[in-house]
Design a protein. Structure first.
Lengths: 102, 216
């Protein structure tokens, strides 16, 4: 069998292939870092061939956006959590006692 | 004096008056109104992060006490609420740290072996592939159509609660408090690569947990 001019290159490229574990790590790693050219390319190639990791990437995006909603949720005034009345009066008492002590 | 000179004089006068005025309103500190004014806000802030109402109450109480002790240092530069929130943040970071050091079991200890045997295959021809049932199933994590925000919030806090404590601490600091990586590493005493491994593991588990909860 003759080996064409691209053979060595193809062998090299196939050794570069990454599996789902590394790909899914890179998916969360790229949120805060710029991937290097090789990592970026490896991830692209993996995502082209792996439908599970494509789903994973999409779901992680959704996770991030819903966490954003979660963060915003309580920064405006209409927030559902209230200090229970017992705890409120207990803390008020403590604060008053501390104020009077000085 | 008229014309240009007058105008310059007037502008100068206005400018000097403006300089004498304090350029922002002075914030006063009134501890007797703290609980009614900021109690609910601080409580919701805390409960989002600790998922436990009695713990959150304790944290709010500690915050008020620390605020009382430190009220001489209050300069009036920021509003009372912002000031109290910054104290509360310190307290919450302390609880994260406690959570992080609470149990012996340690995640992400090996910096090089990033990969989690709970999620990926380890036998040779398929090494590193998703284990059956551990990879993503549905196209979308969230059901399309009307999204019950209330329910989503409930699931998120439930899933954060179910993470191993170390992962939960790192994940909450990063994704909910939006601390930068350097701060988190300093507070928890871990290296940056360790942090990224932990965040990755936390995401794997969060994703799995949310998907499971939505499918049921």
């Amino acid at each position: 069998m003759t080996k064409g001019p691209g053979y060595r290159f193809m062998v090299y490229m196939s050794k570069q292939m990454i599996a789902c574990d590394e790909a899914s790590f890179l998916i969360s790693y790229r949120e805060d870092h710029r991937l290097g050219l090789r990592k970026w390319w490896n991830l692209k190639m993996h995502l082209l061939s792996c439908h599970l990791c494509r789903k994973y990437a999409r779901q992680i995006g959704e996770l991030n956006s819903s966490l954003e909603v979660y963060r915003e949720h309580c920064s405006h005034e209409s927030c559902e959590h209230h200090l229970s009345p017992e705890a409120g009066s207990r803390i008020t008492k403590l604060v008053k006692r501390d104020l009077n002590a000085k | 004096m008229h014309g240009r000179a007058l105008r310059i004089c007037i502008l100068y006068e206005i400018d000097s008056r403006r300089r004498q005025m304090p350029d922002r309103e002075e914030h006063k500190i009134e501890p007797q109104h703290w609980v009614e004014r900021y109690g609910d806000y601080l409580f919701s802030y805390a409960i989002m992060r600790v998922n436990d109402s009695s713990k959150a109450e304790d944290i709010v109480q500690e915050t008020f006490m620390a605020g009382l002790k430190a009220r001489e240092q209050f300069r009036g530069e920021s509003a009372e609420r912002t000031w109290l929130t910054s104290i509360l943040k310190r307290k919450i970071i302390d609880t994260y740290r406690k959570k992080y050091t609470s149990k012996e079991l340690n995640f992400g200890e090996h910096e090089e072996t990033v990969f989690d045997g709970d999620f990926y295959r380890s036998e040779e021809p398929f090494r590193g592939h998703w284990l059956d049932g551990k990879g993503p199933h549905s196209n979308s994590l969230l059901p399309d159509g009307e999204l019950e925000q209330q329910e989503l919030m409930k699931f998120i806090s439930l899933c954060i609660d179910q993470l191993p404590p170390q992962l939960a601490a790192a994940f909450a600091m990063k994704m909910i408090d939006e601390e930068d990586s350097a701060t988190i590493c300093k507070e928890l005493g871990i290296t940056a690569s360790n942090l990224w491994v932990m965040l990755h593991r936390a995401r794997l588990r969060m994703r799995e947990c949310l998907e499971k909860n939505w499918l049921n």
